[in-house]
Design a protein around this ligand. Structure first.
Ligand code: PXP
Length: 238
C-alpha cells in the first residue's frame, strides 16, 4: 500500500499572509498524523515564502512521523538538512519567480555535483530522493548520482486535459517507474495530485509513496484537515 506524505506548506502560506503565529504548521502536522498519514512533507524554499526554518525544526523534534524535507540542491540547504536531520530529503529545482515547483530537477546535467551533495546528506543518515520528470534519462541520472529514491513529477499527468493526453502522460509515469524499480530505486510520486486523479498513480507497480499538499489543504477549508487527509488516505490504499 503506498504511503501518504502530506505536504503542509500551504498552512504556512496562510500564516505568512499576516506573518503571525497561526495557522501553525506544527499543529497541522499533529492533525495530519492523527488522520493516518504516513509522513509530513515540507519545502523550505530559498525565499522562505511559506515554511520557515523554525517550522522544520519544530516538526522534526515534536512530531512522531517521518519528515521529508524538500530542498534546493545547494550547499546552504545541505548544511541545514545535516543539522536538522529529517528522515528524508528530496532535492528539487527552485526558481524564485515560480508559483510552485514547475518541473523536475535536471539531474542528468549535474550528476557530479549531485553526487557530492547526496553523499553529504547520506553521511547524516538522511534518505535522499530526487524530484525528476518522468523520463528514463532523468531516472538513470538519479541512480548514477547515488540517490536512494526518485519522486516522479506528476504535474503534467494531473494537468492533462482529455483521456488521450492523460493516458500519454500516465504512460510516461509508468515507464519511468518501471525503470526506477529496475535500478533498485525507491519510487515516489507527487505534484498536482488530487482526489480525482490519484488512484491510477497509487496503483503503479512498486509505488512506495505519494506526496500531496495543495488538494488536501484546499479541501480542508470545507471539511477540516483531518477529514481531508482521511479521504485521501482511503483513495491511496490499494
Ligand atoms: N512533491 C514535490 C517534490 C513538490 O515540490 C510538491 C509541491 O511542493 C509536492 C510533492 C506536492 O504538490 P501538491 O501541493 O501539488 O500536491
Amino acid at each position: 500500500m503506498p504511503r501518504l506524505g502530506v505536504n503542509i506548506d500551504h498552512i504556512a502560506t496562510v500564516r505568512q499572509a499576516r506573518k503571525g503565529d497561526f495557522p501553525d504548521p506544527l499543529q497541522a502536522a499533529g492533525t495530519v498524523k492523527k488522520a493516518g498519514a504516513d509522513g509530513i512533507t515540507v519545502h523550505l524554499r530559498e525565499d522562505r515564502r511559506h515554511i520557515q526554518e523554525k517550522d522544520v525544526r519544530a516538526i522534526r523534534r515534536k512530531v512522531r512521523l517521518p519528515l521529508n524535507l524538500e530542498m534546493a540542491a545547494t550547499s546552504a540547504m545541505v548544511a541545514f538538512a545535516r543539522k536538522v536531520r529529517p528522515q528524508e530529503a528530496c532535492l528539487v529545482p527552485e526558481r524564485r519567480e515560480e508559483l510552485t515547483t514547475e518541473g523536475g530537477l535536471d539531474a542528468a546535467s549535474r550528476v557530479p555535483d549531485l553526487k557530492k551533495k547526496i553523499l553529504a546528506l547520506k553521511k547524516a543518515e538522511i534518505l535522499v530522493s530526487i524530484f525528476v520528470d518522468p523520463s528514463i534519462r532523468q531516472v538513470r541520472a538519479a541512480a548514477l548520482a547515488g540517490a536512494d529514491c526518485v519522486e516522479l513529477h506528476t504535474g503534467r499527468y494531473a494537468d492533462s486535459k482529455g483521456k488521450a493526453a492523460q493516458r500519454r502522460e500516465f504512460a510516461k509515469l509508468a515507464a519511468a517507474g518501471k525503470e526506477a524499480r529496475r535500478l533498485g530505486l525507491i519510487l515516489n510520486a507527487g505534484h498536482g495530485l488530487g482526489y480525482g486523479n490519484v488512484r491510477r498513480v497509487a496503483r503503479i507497480p512498486g509505488m512506495n509513496g505519494l506526496n500531496i499538499g495543495f488538494s488536501i489543504v484546499s479541501r480542508a477549508l470545507f471539511t477540516g484537515l483531518e477529514r481531508a487527509v482521511r479521504d485521501m488516505k482511503a483513495l491511496v490504499k490499494i
